[in-house]
Design a protein around this ligand. Structure first.
Ligand code: ADP
Ligand code: 5GP
Length: 290
């Protein structure tokens, strides 16, 4: 076997310096991916011109995406037939195209409408704000699919598409959802094609979804504007959940428990708005549209 070349002390020092620079540059790119500043597409472009990024593992890039994580990254790589140790440089043309498609479903250039994602703890008033925005005509509001059963005041196809667990799994496998997440023991997902169609024709689109879903949307569509709705006080949140009267005491307690984690996620969002008066929030959100 050929022996590796013997390096002088100077050459070794230079090689170490280069390796340290490469690690620093890769960390910088991953931080930008995490914050949403760089899309997968942008990183693939950088990789074409920068050797140290081209040598980054695909897994590292995907795991850096907020809301993707190790499990989803592994599942995605398996679905796209990318081996777990593959580096960007080793991706085939077809795999690059599939990765681009996966994360750039709607290029900004053909999406003049604003994609607004509204999240916040249960009971803060998201549905109330969403229905006012729908009524205003300024937004097309996505209707999610869910495995939870309808509340007495809800209607299939209006508030949600209420579907079975089996149907939800089938739709996840067919990649029908732009994002989906589990919340309080049920699954919720945003049907992909109506959102893409509304954006394609230039409408402002509103998704009223929980935090994990919001992060997934940002990872796929970095231009999405993430808005977090906060209650004026914790007591007011408790009182709104009680006042709504749609949950059993056990379920309410579970939702309040979840709300504490949800409130801690506000810093990830582009904008935090306190829902003191519905009208004021609605006006502010309409003001964000281009
Ligand atoms: P979410 O969709 O976030 O779970 P809802 O829209 O169902 O919350 O609102 C929970 C309760 O709080 C409802 O009874 C609603 O009428 C009430 N509510 C919403 N916004 C306000 C507000 N700004 N002031 C007072 N009550 C509100
Ligand atoms: P609820 O059961 O109170 O209607 O909704 C529970 C949570 O699920 C809320 O935070 C709501 O915003 C969220 N949710 C509703 N639809 C979707 C969806 O399509 N995707 C995700 N990720 N969350 C959703």
């Amino acid at each position: 076997m050929a022996q590796p070349p013997v390096l002088t002390a100077e050459q070794r020092a230079a090689a170490l310096l280069k390796a340290a620079d490469s690690r620093k540059r890769r960390a910088e790119i991953k931080a930008k991916v995490k914050s949403g500043e760089l899309s997968v597409d942008a990183v693939l472009e950088i990789a074409a011109n920068e050797d140290c990024i081209n040598k980054m593992r695909v897994r590292e890039l995907l795991e850096a995406l907020s809301g993707v994580g190790k499990v989803r990254a592994a599942a995605l790589m398996e679905r796209l037939n990318i081996s777990p140790t593959r580096r960007i440089a080793g991706l085939g043309r077809h795999q690059i195209k599939e990765l681009r498609n996966e994360f750039m479903k709607i290029p900004r250039a053909i999406s003049p409408g604003t994609l607004l994602v509204l999240s916040g703890p249960g009971g803060v008033g998201k549905s109330t704000v969403a229905s006012r925005l729908r009524a205003s005509g300024d937004f097309w509001v996505s209707i999610s699919a869910t495995t939870r059963s309808a509340r007495s005041n809800e209607h299939d196809g209006v508030d949600y598409f209420f579907i079975s667990d089996e149907e939800f799994t089938r739709r996840v496998r067919s990649d029908d959802f732009l994002e989906w997440a589990e919340f309080a023991g049920n699954r919720y997902g945003t049907p992909r094609s109506p959102v893409e169609e509304a954006l394609r024709v230039g409408r402002n689109v509103l998704l009223e979804i929980e935090i994990d879903g919001a992060k997934q949307v940002k990872a796929h569509l970095p231009h999405a504007l993430l808005v977090f709705l906060e209650p004026p006080t914790w007591e007011e949140l408790v009182s709104r959940l009680e006042g709504r009267g749609t949950d059993t005491p056990d379920r309410r307690a579970e939702r309040l428990q979840l709300a504490q984690d949800e409130l801690a996620a506000a810093s990830f969002f582009d904008l935090v708005i306190v829902n003191d008066q519905v009208e004021r929030v609605v006006e502010q959100l309409i003001g964000l549209t281009s």
